[in-house]
Write a protein of this length. Structure first.
Lengths: 701, 167
């Protein structure tokens, strides 16, 4: 199994280097999409449907058009025809049909944002309203099996004799778990500044991938991909919702086309709850069979979730169950309800994040049923190879994470009986859950490195920094690949004028972009050495490399793993739930930057805490919309909700994943946190909560 | 309706004509080119737009510009002393108290305002003794900084970043 070791020798890699974009961000100098200087901008404010299904019978724009300062009012009656309506989410203003409440049905362009917003409120719309259906229930008779689940995985799997194992097992469990609808809610609203000229369309966009964005919108607008220029040096968070183009990009492009002006559009926080995706709610039936010693004989994970009637997004909720534990008999399935709702999308660890809630709480329940410690139960079911493929893991240190975490968390002192610890009116418990996330590799990234005599190395790649630290980590990787100091690197990212880069998604950025940079650096150094005797020629030298194929990816199953420990306090009188302590121990290969890497992991864990206790997009059945569509009602964890959150990583050596030895950390941290919190809440109180979020009413019955 | 107003922003007097519907935040960002203050919700629910208005922290998205004629405004662009970062700015970098950076100007302005509230003896919801001077422990910082949301969830770094400057 030994291959030629092409890995980097880490020197800059691993160091806790402060963010290179830090000074710009703390002084306000970093310009996000809306802040890019453009000459004489006009402002766009959308008009949204106020029914959840039906058609527009009349749209009266007269009053809006009369407002001084209004430049244009767009509706389906005058909007430019789109070249492609294949993507129904993006095909706005092409007909009188309304597919979900909040959908764009128009927009007002004006000289100022105040005028545009006021005039948008003057557009009068009459509808023919159709009955809508926004109810996700397990007993629906129209659930269907999607062809594949995101990102192209099998919808259902079955191995062995599940029914036989369930029938003959000493211990069985059959429970249903639910996760809520969640909205990504990056702090920077989705923003487009659109400018047309003879070359085509320029977009200043808040996006997780400049190239991915233009690939998604260019065909809709009937443009060759190269005629769309996307610029995005800084992104105020994305969490999946800026992974590809959403309807606001099309609306802004249409408005700019119609008016001939640079048009600026930033969605409001409320609009973001309708238009830029969300994580589907899930209903997860989990069945486990085990012998008395807790050895699993069967795992079944059947998931029901929703998509939009106009466009399918099938969250891969059950896929982690296929890999986690060594049960010989396994079955997973996904069924969808197509509803009159906005289109779901990626949200931090789509699939794994909701999909590790049900099974990891079920494992805690099984531990109780078998009289076993939940850490020990997981260790007993550790597979020697990937249960789904039979392949070896490139590295898998779940057991080491569990043991290290248990030791650091003080797990040995834990009385397994629930409801035994009380302090000053609080019931106290601790819980554990496992985390996992795949090592994704998206083909196509390229990087160019250019050097002049006596100059720095210009490293060019259209990558994105969505808060992940890309400005810093790619600089560190380039420095090590070229065997120079980080001060000798001048990185450029976030522009389609730069070499093609894959989207910042699937925790794949460092694997894809970093490998392309390493490839380019290797080629540059080889040419300098072979052709120029090791010195930079007077004319300079430029070399482009790319993400090479990884033959090891065919031989190994590649995943990160982790163990999350939570301490939970539940107030005896009020039922209030607090999480004073979270500890995550992760096996993620090599960490590129100890400072930003830790931040990503604790950020993921904290978002997991928020998912466990706070976040819940509440669907109003009558109106067909999320009722709590702002930050006052959709609560995300605030500073006061968060206690101690600690993330550490093992010294894990994975020679197979990529030249850096890194496995991706943006998403792993949110996987398993909610289950650890739920399991700790059970330990504190004896009340088993199977539905997220965990709210105080569960403990007051 | 348009109205002429005068603002002293980061020590510089700026005169401008504003639509009476214009928020202080939009006046700063769209009229004066000071885009450091961020718009995260435009509703006073996230704190990204926090600036110091006559020395106190406010959500500038909830303040109408016309109502603050003659006011003294400090934004994140006005905190550094020449090339020297404000101690909180440097501490946020040192503690990696942000990721995407979009809430950061608001967090830092809020922290500046919060520290002066503490100096003035203002209690918070978690202050045990309302008569004693405030001991700015971690719980006090968490409580007092909870008007500033951070979706990247850098909270456990924001608290020590502020504490290091406060103590």
């Amino acid at each position: 199994m030994t291959a030629v070791d092409t890995r980097l020798v880490p020197r800059a890699i691993g160091a806790p280097l402060s963010r290179l974009d830090g000074p710009d961000k703390v002084t306000g100098a970093a310009r996000y999409a809306f802040e890019q200087p453009v000459g004489e901008p006009a402002y766009l404010y959308p008009v949204q449907a106020t029914i959840a299904a039906g058609r527009i019978t009349r749209i009266d724009t007269g009053a809006a058009e009369k407002e001084p300062g209004v430049l244009a009012v767009l509706t389906h009656e005058n909007a430019p025809r789109l070249a492609s309506t294949d993507d129904a989410e993006l095909a706005i203003l092409q007909s009188d049909a309304v597919a979900y409440r909040g959908q764009f049905i128009g927009g007002v362009v004006a000289e100022t944002s105040e005028i545009a917003r006021h005039a948008a409120g003057l557009v009068r719309v009459q509808y023919e309203e159709h009955p809508h259906d926004v109810d996700l229930r397990a007993d629906r008779d129209d659930l269907y099996k999607p062809e594949k689940v995101n990102p192209g995985l099998e919808t259902d799997t079955a191995d062995g004799d599940v029914d036989g194992a369930l029938a003959s097992a000493a211990v069985t469990l059959d429970e249903t778990y639910t996760t809520a609808m969640y909205h990504n809610n990056p702090m920077e609203p989705h923003t487009t500044v659109a400018i047309w000229d003879e070359q085509g369309l320029t977009l200043y966009e808040s996006t997780q991938g400049v190239h991915a964005l233009r690939r998604s919108v260019a065909p809709v607008l009937g443009l060759d991909t190269e005629r769309v220029h996307v610029i995005c040096p800084h992104v105020g968070g994305g969490f999946g919702s800026k992974g590809y183009g959403h309807p606001h990009v099309i609306l802004a492009a249409m408005a700019a086309k119609l008016t001939g002006r640079a048009v600026k559009l930033a969605l409001t926080r409320q609009q973001m709850f309708f238009l830029v995706g969300y994580r589907t709610p899930t209903i997860q039936r989990v069945r486990l069979a085990a012998d008395r010693d807790g050895q699993l004989t069967a795992i079944v994970h059947d998931v029901i979730e929703q998509t939009s009637r106009i466009k399918e997004f099938a969250e891969q909720t059950a896929v982690s169950t296929r890999k986690m534990y060594a049960a010989p008999n396994r079955r997973t399935s996904h069924r969808l309800a197509a509803l009159d709702v906005p289109v779901p999308t990626w949200m931090r660890a789509p699939g794994e994040c909701p999909g590790m809630f049900g099974p990891e709480v079920a494992m805690d329940e099984l531990a109780v049923a078998c009289g076993l410690d939940p850490v020990e139960l997981r260790i007993r079911n550790e597979p020697a190879v990937d249960p789904e493929t039979g392949q070896p893991f490139s590295s898998r240190n779940l057991v080491a994470c569990l043991r290290e975490g248990a030791s650091r968390f003080g797990w040995a002192d834990r009385d397994p009986a629930p409801g035994t610890r009380r302090e000053q009116g609080w019931r106290i418990g601790t819980g554990v859950a496992a985390s996992t996330y795949p090592v994704h590799r998206i083909p196509g990234s390229k990087a160019t490195i250019r050097v002049e005599p006596g100059g720095r190395y210009a490293v060019l790649i259209g990558a994105a920094d969505i808060g992940t630290g890309t400005w810093t980590t790619l600089t560190q990787i380039a420095a090590d690949a070229l065997e120079v100091s980080v001060d000798d690197i001048a990185l450029q990212i976030g522009d389609t004028a730069l070499p093609m880069a894959s989207v910042a998604g699937g925790s794949s950025g460092i694997t894809c972009w970093g490998s392309a940079i390493v490839d380019a650096a290797g080629k540059l150094r080889a040419r300098l050495s072979d052709e120029y005797g090791g010195s930079v020629p007077a004319s300079g030298l430029e070399v482009t490399g790319e993400l090479p194929p990884n033959p090891d990816a065919e031989r190994f199953s590649m995943h990160s793993f982790g163990a999350q420990f939570a301490e939970v306090r539940v107030h005896e009188d009020t039922g209030e739930v607090r999480v004073p302590r979270l500890l995550g121990v992760f096996g993620v290969g090599r960490i590129i930057n100890a400072k930003t890497g830790r931040s990503q992991l604790i950020g993921g864990m904290t978002m997991g805490l928020s998912m466990a206790l706070h976040e819940h997009s509440v669907m109003d059945r009558n109106l067909g919309q999320v009722a709590n569509h702002d930050f006052a009602e959709y609560h995300i964890a605030t500073n006061a909700d968060v206690g101690s959150v600690e993330a550490i990583w093992l010294d894990e050596d994975d020679p197979y994943v990529n030249p850096m030895g890194s496995k991706g950390i943006g998403e792993l941290g949110i996987v398993g946190t909610a289950a650890a919190v739920a399991n700790a809440a059970y330990h504190a109180t004896g009340v088993r909560v199977r539905d997220l979020p965990i709210t105080l009413d569960a403990f007051l019955r | 309706m348009n109205v002429d107003i005068e603002l002293r922003v980061n020590g510089v007097v700026r005169t401008l004509t504003v639509d009476t519907r214009t928020t202080l935040l939009d006046a700063l960002r769209e009229r004066l080119g000071l885009t450091g203050s961020k718009k995260g919700c435009d509703h006073g629910q996230c704190g990204a737009c926090t600036v110091l208005l006559d020395g106190r922290r406010v959500n500038s998205c909830l303040a109408l510009a016309v109502a603050h004629d003659d006011a003294d405004v400090t934004t994140v662009e006005g905190l550094a002393d020449g090339g020297q970062l404000h101690p909180l700015q440097q501490s946020f970098i040192d503690h990696d108290a942000f990721q995407c950076g979009y809430c950061t100007p608001g967090q830092i302005c809020s922290a500046v305002g919060m520290l002066s509230e503490v100096d003035d003896g203002w209690p918070s919801a978690v202050t045990a003794d309302l008569t004693a001077s405030v001991a700015l422990d971690d719980d006090e910082i968490r409580e007092r900084m909870s008007g500033n949301l951070c979706r990247c969830a850098a909270y456990v770094n924001i608290v020590p970043a502020i504490a290091a400057v406060a103590r």
